[in-house]
Ligand binder design. Structure first.
Ligand SMILES: [Zn+2]
Length: 406
Protein backbone atom coordinates (compact mmCIF):
# COMPACT_ATOMS: atom_id res chain seq x y z
CA UNK A 1 0.00 0.00 0.00
CA UNK A 2 1.32 3.46 -0.89
CA UNK A 3 1.18 6.13 1.81
CA UNK A 4 -0.17 9.55 0.80
CA UNK A 5 2.16 12.38 1.73
CA UNK A 6 0.79 15.93 1.92
CA UNK A 7 2.63 18.92 0.40
CA UNK A 8 3.70 20.34 3.75
CA UNK A 9 5.27 17.05 4.86
CA UNK A 10 7.00 16.73 1.50
CA UNK A 11 8.42 20.24 1.88
CA UNK A 12 9.77 19.41 5.34
CA UNK A 13 11.23 16.22 3.94
CA UNK A 14 12.93 18.13 1.12
CA UNK A 15 14.21 20.73 3.59
CA UNK A 16 15.72 18.02 5.79
CA UNK A 17 17.33 16.47 2.71
CA UNK A 18 18.86 19.80 1.65
CA UNK A 19 20.07 20.54 5.18
CA UNK A 20 21.68 17.12 5.61
CA UNK A 21 23.23 17.47 2.16
CA UNK A 22 24.80 20.84 3.05
CA UNK A 23 25.91 19.39 6.39
CA UNK A 24 27.76 16.49 4.80
CA UNK A 25 29.08 18.27 1.69
CA UNK A 26 29.94 21.84 2.77
CA UNK A 27 30.78 24.08 1.04
CA UNK A 28 28.25 23.54 -1.72
CA UNK A 29 26.43 25.81 -4.20
CA UNK A 30 22.69 25.89 -4.92
CA UNK A 31 23.34 24.41 -8.38
CA UNK A 32 25.31 21.52 -6.89
CA UNK A 33 22.50 20.98 -4.36
CA UNK A 34 19.99 20.69 -7.19
CA UNK A 35 22.22 18.15 -8.92
CA UNK A 36 22.81 16.07 -5.78
CA UNK A 37 19.22 16.08 -4.49
CA UNK A 38 17.37 15.99 -7.82
CA UNK A 39 15.16 18.90 -6.66
CA UNK A 40 14.50 21.76 -9.08
CA UNK A 41 16.37 25.07 -8.76
CA UNK A 42 13.33 27.08 -7.60
CA UNK A 43 12.65 24.62 -4.75
CA UNK A 44 16.31 24.62 -3.73
CA UNK A 45 16.41 28.42 -3.76
CA UNK A 46 13.31 28.72 -1.57
CA UNK A 47 14.47 26.05 0.92
CA UNK A 48 17.96 27.57 1.13
CA UNK A 49 16.41 30.98 1.89
CA UNK A 50 14.46 29.46 4.78
CA UNK A 51 17.54 27.68 6.14
CA UNK A 52 19.56 30.92 5.90
CA UNK A 53 16.85 32.79 7.84
CA UNK A 54 16.87 30.04 10.48
CA UNK A 55 20.70 30.32 10.65
CA UNK A 56 21.20 26.59 10.10
CA UNK A 57 23.42 27.52 7.15
CA UNK A 58 25.58 30.49 6.12
CA UNK A 59 26.95 31.90 2.86
CA UNK A 60 30.73 31.67 2.76
CA UNK A 61 31.98 33.21 -0.49
CA UNK A 62 32.09 32.17 -4.13
CA UNK A 63 32.90 28.95 -5.93
CA UNK A 64 34.39 28.41 -9.41
CA UNK A 65 32.21 29.28 -12.38
CA UNK A 66 31.91 27.62 -15.79
CA UNK A 67 31.76 30.95 -17.59
CA UNK A 68 28.75 32.62 -15.92
CA UNK A 69 28.42 34.27 -12.54
CA UNK A 70 30.38 32.65 -9.73
CA UNK A 71 28.04 30.61 -7.51
CA UNK A 72 27.65 31.50 -3.83
CA UNK A 73 28.82 28.67 -1.59
CA UNK A 74 26.77 27.51 1.38
CA UNK A 75 28.09 25.99 4.57
CA UNK A 76 26.42 24.28 7.49
CA UNK A 77 26.47 26.42 10.64
CA UNK A 78 28.22 24.14 13.15
CA UNK A 79 27.17 26.45 15.98
CA UNK A 80 23.50 26.60 15.02
CA UNK A 81 22.66 24.27 17.90
CA UNK A 82 24.20 21.98 20.51
CA UNK A 83 23.38 18.66 22.16
CA UNK A 84 24.59 17.02 25.35
CA UNK A 85 25.89 13.46 25.57
CA UNK A 86 26.45 11.66 28.88
CA UNK A 87 28.24 8.32 29.14
CA UNK A 88 27.55 6.43 32.36
CA UNK A 89 30.19 3.86 33.26
CA UNK A 90 30.45 2.03 36.57
CA UNK A 91 33.37 4.05 37.88
CA UNK A 92 32.81 7.42 36.21
CA UNK A 93 30.52 9.59 34.12
CA UNK A 94 31.71 11.56 31.08
CA UNK A 95 29.63 14.47 29.81
CA UNK A 96 30.16 16.25 26.49
CA UNK A 97 28.60 19.23 24.84
CA UNK A 98 28.78 18.86 21.05
CA UNK A 99 27.98 21.31 18.28
CA UNK A 100 25.75 20.50 15.32
CA UNK A 101 28.70 18.85 13.55
CA UNK A 102 29.15 16.50 16.53
CA UNK A 103 32.40 18.19 17.50
CA UNK A 104 33.15 18.34 21.22
CA UNK A 105 33.14 21.89 22.54
CA UNK A 106 33.11 21.04 26.27
CA UNK A 107 33.77 17.86 28.25
CA UNK A 108 33.71 16.88 31.89
CA UNK A 109 34.37 13.60 33.74
CA UNK A 110 33.46 12.80 37.34
CA UNK A 111 34.18 9.70 39.39
CA UNK A 112 31.15 7.73 40.50
CA UNK A 113 30.78 5.45 43.51
CA UNK A 114 27.83 3.11 43.24
CA UNK A 115 25.93 2.98 46.56
CA UNK A 116 24.47 -0.24 47.99
CA UNK A 117 20.91 1.08 47.73
CA UNK A 118 19.04 3.91 45.98
CA UNK A 119 21.18 3.59 42.82
CA UNK A 120 18.39 5.00 40.64
CA UNK A 121 18.09 8.13 42.79
CA UNK A 122 21.84 8.63 42.79
CA UNK A 123 21.98 8.23 38.99
CA UNK A 124 19.06 10.58 38.44
CA UNK A 125 20.67 13.29 40.59
CA UNK A 126 24.03 12.85 38.89
CA UNK A 127 22.58 12.86 35.36
CA UNK A 128 20.57 16.00 36.15
CA UNK A 129 23.59 17.78 37.61
CA UNK A 130 25.94 16.87 34.74
CA UNK A 131 23.38 17.72 32.05
CA UNK A 132 22.70 21.12 33.64
CA UNK A 133 26.44 21.75 33.86
CA UNK A 134 26.80 21.06 30.11
CA UNK A 135 23.74 23.14 29.20
CA UNK A 136 25.18 26.06 31.17
CA UNK A 137 28.45 25.72 29.23
CA UNK A 138 26.72 26.06 25.84
CA UNK A 139 27.69 29.18 23.86
CA UNK A 140 24.89 31.48 22.67
CA UNK A 141 23.40 30.03 19.46
CA UNK A 142 20.30 30.40 17.26
CA UNK A 143 18.67 27.15 18.44
CA UNK A 144 20.35 26.50 21.81
CA UNK A 145 20.60 23.01 23.28
CA UNK A 146 18.25 20.70 21.37
CA UNK A 147 18.39 17.59 23.53
CA UNK A 148 20.31 15.24 25.78
CA UNK A 149 21.53 11.73 24.94
CA UNK A 150 22.45 9.23 27.65
CA UNK A 151 24.69 6.19 27.05
CA UNK A 152 23.94 3.45 29.59
CA UNK A 153 25.88 0.22 30.20
CA UNK A 154 23.16 -2.37 29.72
CA UNK A 155 19.87 -3.30 28.13
CA UNK A 156 17.65 -0.33 27.39
CA UNK A 157 14.81 0.61 25.08
CA UNK A 158 15.74 3.63 22.97
CA UNK A 159 12.16 3.95 21.76
CA UNK A 160 10.57 4.03 25.22
CA UNK A 161 13.41 5.60 27.20
CA UNK A 162 13.23 2.59 29.46
CA UNK A 163 15.95 0.61 31.23
CA UNK A 164 15.45 -3.16 31.28
CA UNK A 165 18.65 -3.93 33.13
CA UNK A 166 22.03 -2.39 33.93
CA UNK A 167 23.65 -5.60 35.23
CA UNK A 168 26.80 -4.05 36.70
CA UNK A 169 24.90 -1.24 38.42
CA UNK A 170 22.21 -3.52 39.86
CA UNK A 171 19.41 -1.51 38.19
CA UNK A 172 16.35 -3.12 36.60
CA UNK A 173 12.99 -1.90 35.22
CA UNK A 174 13.38 1.87 35.30
CA UNK A 175 11.69 4.68 33.40
CA UNK A 176 14.62 7.10 33.47
CA UNK A 177 13.51 9.34 30.62
CA UNK A 178 10.27 10.75 32.11
CA UNK A 179 11.78 12.27 35.30
CA UNK A 180 14.88 13.45 33.46
CA UNK A 181 12.88 15.23 30.77
CA UNK A 182 10.75 16.88 33.45
CA UNK A 183 13.84 18.12 35.27
CA UNK A 184 15.72 19.34 32.19
CA UNK A 185 12.76 20.52 30.11
CA UNK A 186 14.48 19.06 27.04
CA UNK A 187 14.01 15.91 24.94
CA UNK A 188 16.06 13.06 26.42
CA UNK A 189 17.21 9.97 24.50
CA UNK A 190 18.70 6.92 26.14
CA UNK A 191 20.64 4.21 24.40
CA UNK A 192 23.04 1.39 25.07
CA UNK A 193 26.60 2.71 25.54
CA UNK A 194 28.08 0.52 22.79
CA UNK A 195 25.38 1.73 20.38
CA UNK A 196 26.52 5.28 21.13
CA UNK A 197 30.17 4.30 20.57
CA UNK A 198 29.22 2.68 17.27
CA UNK A 199 27.34 5.77 16.15
CA UNK A 200 30.25 8.13 16.96
CA UNK A 201 32.74 5.81 15.21
CA UNK A 202 30.50 5.62 12.15
CA UNK A 203 30.07 9.40 12.01
CA UNK A 204 33.86 9.76 12.01
CA UNK A 205 34.27 6.95 9.45
CA UNK A 206 31.22 6.97 7.17
CA UNK A 207 33.21 4.89 4.68
CA UNK A 208 32.37 1.94 6.97
CA UNK A 209 28.65 1.50 6.35
CA UNK A 210 28.70 -1.77 8.35
CA UNK A 211 30.61 -1.24 11.55
CA UNK A 212 30.82 -3.00 14.91
CA UNK A 213 31.89 -1.20 18.06
CA UNK A 214 33.01 -3.50 20.86
CA UNK A 215 33.05 -1.89 24.28
CA UNK A 216 35.32 -3.72 26.73
CA UNK A 217 35.55 -2.44 30.28
CA UNK A 218 33.71 -3.52 33.40
CA UNK A 219 31.26 -5.16 30.99
CA UNK A 220 31.51 -6.18 27.35
CA UNK A 221 28.97 -5.18 24.70
CA UNK A 222 28.70 -4.32 21.06
CA UNK A 223 26.96 -1.69 18.98
CA UNK A 224 26.00 -2.43 15.39
CA UNK A 225 25.78 0.00 12.49
CA UNK A 226 24.27 -1.81 9.53
CA UNK A 227 24.07 -0.06 6.17
CA UNK A 228 24.59 3.31 7.81
CA UNK A 229 21.91 2.90 10.51
CA UNK A 230 22.13 1.77 14.10
CA UNK A 231 20.63 -1.68 14.37
CA UNK A 232 18.80 -2.09 17.67
CA UNK A 233 16.75 -5.22 17.08
CA UNK A 234 13.14 -6.00 17.91
CA UNK A 235 13.20 -4.85 21.55
CA UNK A 236 16.24 -2.62 21.42
CA UNK A 237 18.86 -4.94 22.86
CA UNK A 238 20.69 -6.15 19.75
CA UNK A 239 24.45 -6.44 20.19
CA UNK A 240 24.50 -8.05 23.64
CA UNK A 241 27.38 -10.25 22.60
CA UNK A 242 28.83 -9.88 26.09
CA UNK A 243 26.10 -12.23 27.28
CA UNK A 244 26.51 -14.87 24.61
CA UNK A 245 27.88 -18.09 26.03
CA UNK A 246 31.55 -18.65 25.34
CA UNK A 247 32.21 -21.40 27.91
CA UNK A 248 29.48 -23.99 28.42
CA UNK A 249 28.93 -24.42 32.19
CA UNK A 250 31.34 -21.52 32.82
CA UNK A 251 31.46 -18.80 35.45
CA UNK A 252 28.18 -17.30 36.66
CA UNK A 253 27.38 -13.88 35.17
CA UNK A 254 25.48 -10.89 36.59
CA UNK A 255 22.81 -11.51 33.92
CA UNK A 256 21.99 -14.87 35.55
CA UNK A 257 23.54 -17.06 32.85
CA UNK A 258 26.81 -19.02 33.04
CA UNK A 259 29.92 -18.74 30.85
CA UNK A 260 29.11 -15.38 29.20
CA UNK A 261 31.84 -13.78 27.06
CA UNK A 262 31.80 -10.81 29.44
CA UNK A 263 33.01 -13.02 32.29
CA UNK A 264 36.16 -13.86 30.28
CA UNK A 265 36.96 -10.60 28.49
CA UNK A 266 36.12 -7.77 30.91
CA UNK A 267 38.11 -5.92 33.54
CA UNK A 268 37.30 -8.38 36.35
CA UNK A 269 38.52 -11.20 34.10
CA UNK A 270 41.94 -9.50 33.99
CA UNK A 271 41.91 -9.41 37.78
CA UNK A 272 41.13 -13.14 37.86
CA UNK A 273 43.88 -13.96 35.36
CA UNK A 274 46.34 -12.03 37.54
CA UNK A 275 45.34 -14.08 40.59
CA UNK A 276 45.71 -17.27 38.57
CA UNK A 277 49.26 -16.14 37.78
CA UNK A 278 49.99 -15.46 41.43
CA UNK A 279 49.75 -11.65 41.23
CA UNK A 280 47.82 -10.41 44.23
CA UNK A 281 48.79 -6.80 44.89
CA UNK A 282 46.26 -5.13 42.56
CA UNK A 283 42.70 -4.20 43.36
CA UNK A 284 40.34 -4.20 40.39
CA UNK A 285 38.42 -1.30 41.94
CA UNK A 286 41.39 1.06 41.92
CA UNK A 287 41.18 3.87 39.40
CA UNK A 288 44.27 3.04 37.35
CA UNK A 289 44.08 -0.75 37.68
CA UNK A 290 44.43 -1.54 33.96
CA UNK A 291 47.15 1.08 33.40
CA UNK A 292 49.20 -0.30 36.30
CA UNK A 293 48.98 -3.88 35.04
CA UNK A 294 50.07 -2.69 31.58
CA UNK A 295 52.96 -0.78 33.13
CA UNK A 296 54.16 -3.92 34.98
CA UNK A 297 53.84 -6.05 31.84
CA UNK A 298 55.79 -3.47 29.83
CA UNK A 299 58.51 -3.62 32.46
CA UNK A 300 58.87 -7.31 31.69
CA UNK A 301 56.83 -8.89 34.46
CA UNK A 302 55.76 -12.14 32.85
CA UNK A 303 52.78 -12.89 35.11
CA UNK A 304 51.15 -9.59 34.14
CA UNK A 305 51.96 -10.15 30.47
CA UNK A 306 50.38 -13.63 30.67
CA UNK A 307 47.21 -12.23 32.27
CA UNK A 308 46.89 -9.56 29.56
CA UNK A 309 47.55 -12.15 26.84
CA UNK A 310 44.81 -14.43 28.18
CA UNK A 311 42.42 -11.47 28.30
CA UNK A 312 43.31 -10.60 24.69
CA UNK A 313 42.76 -14.19 23.58
CA UNK A 314 39.26 -14.31 25.04
CA UNK A 315 38.44 -10.86 23.70
CA UNK A 316 39.71 -12.05 20.30
CA UNK A 317 37.56 -15.18 20.26
CA UNK A 318 34.45 -13.08 20.76
CA UNK A 319 35.49 -10.52 18.16
CA UNK A 320 36.13 -13.32 15.64
CA UNK A 321 32.66 -14.73 16.41
CA UNK A 322 31.14 -11.30 15.68
CA UNK A 323 33.11 -11.00 12.44
CA UNK A 324 31.93 -14.45 11.37
CA UNK A 325 28.32 -13.62 12.22
CA UNK A 326 28.03 -10.13 10.71
CA UNK A 327 30.91 -9.69 8.23
CA UNK A 328 31.34 -5.96 9.03
CA UNK A 329 33.51 -3.50 7.08
CA UNK A 330 35.45 -2.73 10.27
CA UNK A 331 35.52 -3.39 14.01
CA UNK A 332 36.27 -0.65 16.54
CA UNK A 333 37.49 -1.45 20.04
CA UNK A 334 36.47 0.96 22.79
CA UNK A 335 35.95 1.07 26.56
CA UNK A 336 38.35 1.20 29.51
CA UNK A 337 40.38 -1.81 28.37
CA UNK A 338 41.77 0.08 25.38
CA UNK A 339 44.38 1.29 27.86
CA UNK A 340 45.86 -2.17 27.28
CA UNK A 341 45.67 -1.91 23.48
CA UNK A 342 49.35 -2.68 22.94
CA UNK A 343 48.74 -6.10 24.54
CA UNK A 344 45.19 -6.75 23.38
CA UNK A 345 45.22 -5.73 19.71
CA UNK A 346 47.91 -8.26 18.66
CA UNK A 347 45.86 -11.03 20.32
CA UNK A 348 42.71 -9.84 18.59
CA UNK A 349 44.47 -9.99 15.23
CA UNK A 350 45.82 -13.49 15.95
CA UNK A 351 42.33 -14.66 16.97
CA UNK A 352 40.92 -13.23 13.74
CA UNK A 353 43.46 -15.30 11.79
CA UNK A 354 42.73 -18.51 13.66
CA UNK A 355 39.05 -18.27 14.56
CA UNK A 356 37.36 -16.39 11.74
CA UNK A 357 36.50 -17.69 8.32
CA UNK A 358 38.77 -16.83 5.41
CA UNK A 359 36.54 -14.13 3.91
CA UNK A 360 36.42 -12.00 7.09
CA UNK A 361 39.96 -12.68 8.31
CA UNK A 362 41.29 -9.28 7.21
CA UNK A 363 38.50 -7.15 8.67
CA UNK A 364 40.24 -3.98 9.91
CA UNK A 365 40.32 -3.55 13.70
CA UNK A 366 40.69 0.03 14.94
CA UNK A 367 40.83 1.72 18.31
CA UNK A 368 37.83 3.94 18.99
CA UNK A 369 38.21 7.40 20.45
CA UNK A 370 38.16 7.44 24.25
CA UNK A 371 35.06 9.63 24.52
CA UNK A 372 33.15 8.00 21.65
CA UNK A 373 30.25 6.78 23.82
CA UNK A 374 29.51 10.27 25.20
CA UNK A 375 29.97 11.88 21.77
CA UNK A 376 27.75 9.23 20.18
CA UNK A 377 25.01 9.92 22.76
CA UNK A 378 25.14 13.61 21.82
CA UNK A 379 25.11 12.64 18.12
CA UNK A 380 22.03 10.46 18.55
CA UNK A 381 20.25 13.30 20.37
CA UNK A 382 21.19 15.59 17.46
CA UNK A 383 19.98 13.25 14.76
CA UNK A 384 16.64 12.91 16.58
CA UNK A 385 16.12 16.65 17.00
CA UNK A 386 17.70 18.35 13.96
CA UNK A 387 14.90 18.08 11.41
CA UNK A 388 13.89 14.62 12.62
CA UNK A 389 11.52 13.41 9.95
CA UNK A 390 11.07 9.68 10.05
CA UNK A 391 9.56 8.56 6.81
CA UNK A 392 11.43 5.34 6.23
CA UNK A 393 14.77 3.67 6.44
CA UNK A 394 16.36 6.09 3.98
CA UNK A 395 15.66 9.17 6.12
CA UNK A 396 18.75 11.32 5.78
CA UNK A 397 20.92 11.73 8.84
CA UNK A 398 18.61 10.10 11.35
CA UNK A 399 19.36 7.04 13.40
CA UNK A 400 17.33 4.06 12.27
CA UNK A 401 15.06 2.27 14.68
CA UNK A 402 13.10 -0.88 14.08
CA UNK A 403 11.59 -0.81 17.55
CA UNK A 404 7.82 -0.94 17.80
CA UNK A 405 7.04 -2.14 21.30
CA UNK A 406 8.61 -2.70 24.64
ZN1 LIG B 1 25.85 -12.64 31.12
Amino acid sequence: MTKRIDASTMRQWNKATVLHCIRSQSPISRIQLAEVTGLNKATISSLVDELLTEQYIVEVGFGDSNGGRKPILLEFNANAAFTVGIDVQISHVTTTLCNALEQVVWEHTVDMTVPGTEVKNMLLELLTLEAKRAIAAAPASPHGVLGVGIALPGMVSFENGYVYMLPNLGVTEWDVRTPLQARLQLPVFIDNDANCGAWASYRLHPEYQNLIYVSAGIGVGAGLVMEGKLYRGSRGVAGEFGHTTIVAMGIRCSCGNYGCWERYAAQDSLYRYLLENGVTEFSEGERDFVARVVQEANRGRRECARALTTLGQFLGVGVANIANTLNPDAIFLGGQLIQAESWLLPQLRVAMQIKSVEAVRHTPIHLAKVDSMAVGAAGIALSETLYPIRMGSDTPGTVGSTLRHR
